[in-house]
Ligand binder design. Structure first.
Ligand code: G6P
Length: 362
């Protein structure tokens, strides 16, 4: 099937805009009318004692977020690996392991090779993919489609938020299988997600304005804590892929162990800090940056902005979101920052140099 840009300037813009619908489709595919989560046969969380999550690129960062969810919500230990390392490390595999391979295309060579390594070692092999006819899906015992629809832009956007959505559903399902209480508001709050994503897309103008400045930077640092730490990594990855600006993502608490040496007026620092239990800590890291002349772009909600906007260069305000859902919502500004910085620099948004949509060779 031919996919067109549907009136958008780039596939990436179209795919960013499609996220409320894509995430809604993913939710509906797994939730029945009573909000029970239905999984394909062969995946029974009462039999699972640990998870091994393996992926590349943006899908790897989705796995890093999922580690926070599976560990805090379902109390399951999780290992996360990039496929190109995992496949050569010959990791020992304990009984009761679910090996979960996350891949938009389902064709990434390293991820497929890692899956084949786990073939006779893991209890269950699951493929969380956007393309159900792909090699990774074919080789998996259980296929978990993310329902994002065709993703054309090299930089992954809606596949990432749909991967996160399905991974969160799996963590909730695992918690239920173990008889654990769910985080407050779950699963009901899941239904708010498409609307929250839709609202957060409206920060576009604010972000585009901030990006005209960011486009002049040589280095940019992203900070986040907890489940927002992988979002800092994803923000940095997207930005370097599209704008060719050097960017690094760091866990805010790790700032003092190195990256703070880089801070001066010329290095913008993007801080992802919803007003959650870790807010005060992240903000204190942000203040260390400002004390050294760093230009801060703070991404937060209205409460966070009221408390911490002072002295920042820009504030991007997102809707208030249940803590569990924050990593999904904060993906939107991460994508928009990369998109609008690339536009400001005039780089090729949909086809960045040297990159491929799917890397089918080692
Ligand atoms: C390439 C793409 C990335 C993607 C990664 C993994 O590097 O440019 O956007 O995240 O491959 O791809 P997969 O299809 O396995 O998710």
């Amino acid at each position: 099937t031919r996919v067109d840009k549907d009136g958008h300037k780039h596939f990436m813009a179209k795919e960013i805009a499609e996220q409320p619908v894509a995430v809604d489709t993913a939710l509906k595919a797994y939730l029945d009318e009573n909000d029970a989560i239905t999984l394909p046969d062969g995946l029974d969380f009462t039999q699972i004692e640990r998870l091994s999550l393996v992926a590349c690129g943006t899908a790897y960062y989705a796995c890093m977020v999922a580690k926070y969810w599976f560990e805090t919500i379902a109390r399951l230990p999780v290992e996360v690996d990039v496929a190109s390392e995992f496949r050569y490390r010959e990791p020992p595999v304990s009984p009761g392991t679910l090996a979960l391979f996350v891949s938009q295309s389902g064709e990434t060579a390293d991820t497929l090779a890692a899956l084949l390594y786990m073939r006779d070692k893991a209890d269950v092999i699951a493929g969380l993919v956007n393309v159900p006819e792909s090699s990774i899906a074919r080789e998996s015992d259980v296929v978990l489609p993310i329902h994002a629809g065709p993703e054309i832009s090299v930089a992954s956007t809606k596949a990432f938020t749909c991967q996160l959505t399905v991974l969160l559903l799996l963590a909730i399902k695992a918690a239920k299988a173990k008889g654990l209480p769910l985080p407050e508001g779950m699963p009901d709050d899941l239904h708010a997600l498409p609307g929250l994503i839709h609202q957060s897309l409206a920060s576009e103008a604010q972000i585009a304005a901030a990006c005209r400045d960011l486009a002049n930077a040589r280095d940019i640092i992203f900070l986040g804590r907890g489940a927002l730490y992988p979002l800092a990594l994803e923000g940095a990855l997207k930005l370097k892929e599209l704008s060719y600006i050097h960017a690094e993502g760091y866990a805010s608490g790790e700032l003092k162990h190195g990256p703070i040496a880089l801070i001066d007026e010329s290095v913008p620092v993007i801080v992802m800090a919803p007003k959650d239990a870790l807010f005060e800590k992240t903000i204190s890291n942000m203040q260390e940056v400002m004390a050294r002349g760093g230009r801060v772009v703070l991404i937060t909600d209205a409460d966070g902005a009221r408390e911490a906007a002072d002295g920042t260069a820009d504030v991007i305000t997102l809707p208030k979101v249940p803590d569990t859902l924050a990593p999904i919502l904060y993906a939107i500004p991460a994508q928009q920052i990369a998109y609008f910085t690339a536009i400001a620099k005039g780089t090729d948004v949909d086809q960045p140099r040297n990159l491929a949509k799917s890397v089918t060779v080692e």
